[in-house]
Design a protein around this ligand. Structure first.
Ligand code: RFL
Ligand code: PHB
Length: 390
């Protein structure tokens, strides 16, 4: 097989890149390790920045998103069981956020690739990358007991944090930055009417978040110890703990019911630099992970893909590699901005096991300050809504 661009990973980053390249007449093949059903079953992100929404519309994927997504002027933070502020992105930046699930976006992207007869090989096993620093890189993989080879011009690693692509970059070249957090998020999906708003809660019992997917689908999270198992959280206990972390009026407004999914995810910050090695480029979670507190992961995957597609299009259309050569530096500026904000919000809103009462009081004071200061709020709103693409 031969293609211009071999893309490893059929998550949002890989599919979006393949879709944008197709619109410009550039051929790609996507290799995905799992079955399509598995990829579509994963429940992850839910909140899109204005930049991601604009990108999805620009590439013809806005229809269902605009029909089913729920616009928000920002998100609320509550603390001390009574205080409440709106991170008012509409007022301070003129931009809205959109609640629209990653599962739906992935469905939309698969439909677009199918409609264009795009090649997405699923259940591609033992994907391996070769000759990345030559002019003739290639990728091998196993499918149905055969070993296949794809020759290409470039290889793009969109294979998430646990993928193979990043590991092909020698340790002498790649610098990694790591931070883990001493807790996880227990996430729950339930067929109940969600709160009208996205609400982050800081409480003495730990962090909680109320979000949504649709009129009848709610998404909630609570901070929990890393060694907990979902079995330790039967529905009754979950609802009780969730409500205890929110002010009474918000807790009372929460509709409870049977949950349809429960999972625990660890929180981690990770950045790998540079995002290029020879003819390999990394995009999305393959290069960086942020804790979900700022809702930035998927949005970063899309900004990476935007910058990278621009570089590849310029390369093929104008024989100009300026954007490709600056890709890593440009993408990393946005990555570090989001990594810092996600770390900041994680620290501000969670309870850390070795905290003492002083730590919690300074956190509450910082929230009081954001509530009082237009400048502090403007700074937070600008970052939460996402910095504009360069
Ligand atoms: P993905 O989605 O992990 O996709 C990578 C794909 O690569 C495949 N793969 C391989 N394929 C071939 N060969 C191999 N060796 C392979 N190894 C892996 C995988 O099967 C997979 O299909 O990465 P991508 O495309 O970069 O997308 C990133 C986003 O998924 C991620 O950043 C977000 O989900 C993060 N995130 C959130 N982001 C937001 O912007 N807003 C949010 O509200 C938000 N909430 C969240 C989140 C992530 C969460 N979890 C579970 C970590 C909430 C949670 C709870
Ligand atoms: C979600 O709806 O899944 C969600 C919302 C906001 C976040 C993280 C996740 O910060």
């Amino acid at each position: 097989m031969r293609t211009q661009i071999a893309i490893i990973g059929g998550g949002p980053a890989g599919l979006m890149l393949s879709h944008i390249l197709h619109l410009e007449g550039i051929h790609s093949i996507v290799l995905e390790k799992h079955s399509r059903a598995h990829v579509l079953r994963r429940i992850r992100a839910g909140v899109l920045e204005a930049g991601s929404v604009a990108l999805l519309r620009d590439v013809g994927l806005g229809k269902r998103m605009d029909e089913e997504g729920h616009p928000h002027d920002g998100a609320y933070i509550v603390w001390k069981g009574e205080r409440k502020i709106l991170i008012d992105t509409a007022k301070y930046t003129g931009k809205q956020m959109l609640a629209y699930g990653q599962t739906a976006i992935t469905e939309d992207l698969y439909s677009a690739r199918d409609a264009a007869d795009g090649i997405v090989v699923d259940e591609a096993a033992n994907v391996a990358l070769h000759d990345l620093t030559t002019d003739a890189p290639f990728v091998t993989f196993d499918k149905n007991r055969d070993t296949e080879q794809i020759d290409c011009d470039y290889v793009i690693g969109c294979d998430g944090f646990h993928g193979v692509s990043r590991r092909c970059i020698p340790r002498s070249v790649l610098k990694t930055y790591n931070k883990s957090y001493p807790f996880g998020w227990l996430g729950v999906m339930s067929e109940t009417r969600p709160l009208p708003d996205i609400v982050y809660a800081n409480s003495e019992r730990g962090f909680a978040l109320a979000s949504q997917r649709s009129e009848r689908l709610s998404r909630y999270y609570i901070q929990c110890p890393l060694d907990h198992d979902v079995e330790e959280w039967p529905d009754d206990l979950f609802w009780q703990e969730l409500k205890a972390r929110f002010p009474g009026d918000i807790a009372d407004a929460m509709e409870t019911g049977p949950t349809i999914e429960k999972s625990i995810a660890p929180l981690r910050s990770f950045v790998a630099e540079p995002m290029r090695y020879g003819r390999l480029f990394l995009a999305g979670d393959a290069a960086h992970i942020v804790p979900p507190t700022g809702a930035k992961g998927l949005n970063l995957a899309f900004s990476d893909v935007y910058y990278l597609s621009r570089g590849l299009i310029r390369h093929y259309k104008q024989h100009d590699d300026t954007y490709l050569d600056s890709y890593s530096d440009t993408a990393l500026r946005r990555v570090w901005g989001a990594a810092r904000l996600s770390w900041y919000l994680t620290r501000l809103l969670h309870l850390f096991p070795d905290d003492n009462p002083f730590d919690q009081r300074t956190r509450e004071d910082e929230l009081d300050y954001v509530a009082r200061s237009e400048n502090a709020m403007a700074t937070l709103a600008e970052q939460y809504v996402g910095l504009p693409y360069e």
